[in-house]
Design a protein. Sequence first.
Length: 300
Amino acid sequence: MTVKQLRAFLAVARTLSFTQACEQLHLSQPALSLAIKGLEDSLGGRLLIRTTRSVRLTPEGESLVPLAKRLLVEWDNTEDALRQRFTLQLGRLSLAAMPAFAGNLLAPALGVFHRQHPRINVTVHDVVNEQVIDMVRQRQVEMGIAFEPEATGSLHFTPLFHDRFVAVLPPRSPLVQHSSLDWESLMSWDFVALQRPSMVRRLLEQQLGARHGALKVAFETHQLASVGRMVANGLGVSAVPSLCLRQMQEAGAVCRPLKDPVIERAVGVVTWNPHELSVAARAMLQVLVDNIETPALSEA
């Protein structure tokens, strides 16, 4: 049973005339007759009784009319909904982003996307870096924004920028007078750190452990905003990716570039397979590639 056959049947049922049905459907009489016969053969019995003077429905044909109407309405609605999704007139998109990105750079990109595609609903999962990767791997979201995974496996990574760590200082700290700092100077002070399993915490420990020893952690928190407020209130110093500059400064802390060593990591979009993304996800990926810029260190 095909859509074409159902449309042919309903046209005949409405008009009770093969001639009028042919005019409505722009079909020839043989093509219309073939469509009706194919429908009857697939269902196993006659739907119409046709004589030289009249056409009437069999009881089975009468019972098919409301069912066929409902099927065609659902078909048309489905076809229209899919067409709108392919043309970005309708749809949903779910993505995950690590807090450092979600709280600082994501909103402007979402604004661009919404202006371009106002009827696409976007759900953002603000979760830690490791959970971003897991949600993509488990197909809970189409894309995630995170630091480059150490082992991508079946995942695909599209880099957006390389982010460097900056020092976060209390406004009255003597370290503020320096235009940049080395890690040895920073690590002589009490440290305000993100709790494990934060990727930021792990990167610091991996990069600094052998050269400078363990961090002198005095306070730990899960939230970047709390790091900024604790440092601003003189509880210690910290180090965060430069994409958190504005967030730290809004909390009242002061930021300075860090060197010796420069610690950086690529930030980008993690997807399962870029060729399997929905049209909406591909559009979002393009917006991110075209619009994301990491804050310059000169702003610190």
